[in-house]
Design a protein around this ligand. Sequence first.
Ligand SMILES: [Zn+2]
Length: 216
Amino acid sequence: MPELVFFSGTMDCGKSTLALQIEHNRSARGLAGMIFTRDDRAGEGKLSSRLGLVTDAVEVEDGQDLYAYLVDHLSQGGRADYVIADEAQFLGPEQIDQLARVVDDLDIDVYAFGITTDFRSKLFPGSQRLVELADRVEVLQVEALCWCGARATHNARTIGGEMVVEGAQVVVGDVDQSADEVGYEVLCRRHHRRRMTAASARAAALSPDVLPVSPS
Ligand SMILES: [Zn+2]
């Protein structure tokens, strides 16, 4: 039976690496995949991993009908033995419904990869719909670690190293940003709640006046 599988996790948990692995294993067996992505770090129409691997992909637009796209592709003689949707948290809920229809009506496996929650620890709409519709949710347990060494389960947005909790849900940034740019950092829940990033922990350790106690 074809399946809609949601591989979920934090940033930096190896989702795109696994997506590329699935793509590699299936294409090595002569299967052809349809790869969708949105806002990949390598640029439009790319699926890339932090380890430097990259492959071409279809850049999904707002409001694009993914089911219709597949039907068009197949009716023009194209092949799609499976579908990979990377950065699936950025897809609209209706696009997740379309992916479920690809599984049910076209008998094609769909593997969706996405970050579960945003920097406020709220579900992304695309990820929420995936949790609701997927045949299977696989939580990736690659060892992304908080600066304290605990397993990182939450995504923090930072500006100049300080964690922020206000702002638009989607702002493209990277974990390697510096200065006053928007960046992202994975934290354990404890330090996400206390808004302690690596930079603020370092600053606190250098200042004897700051007690590591907060009212929240
Ligand atoms: Zn921590």
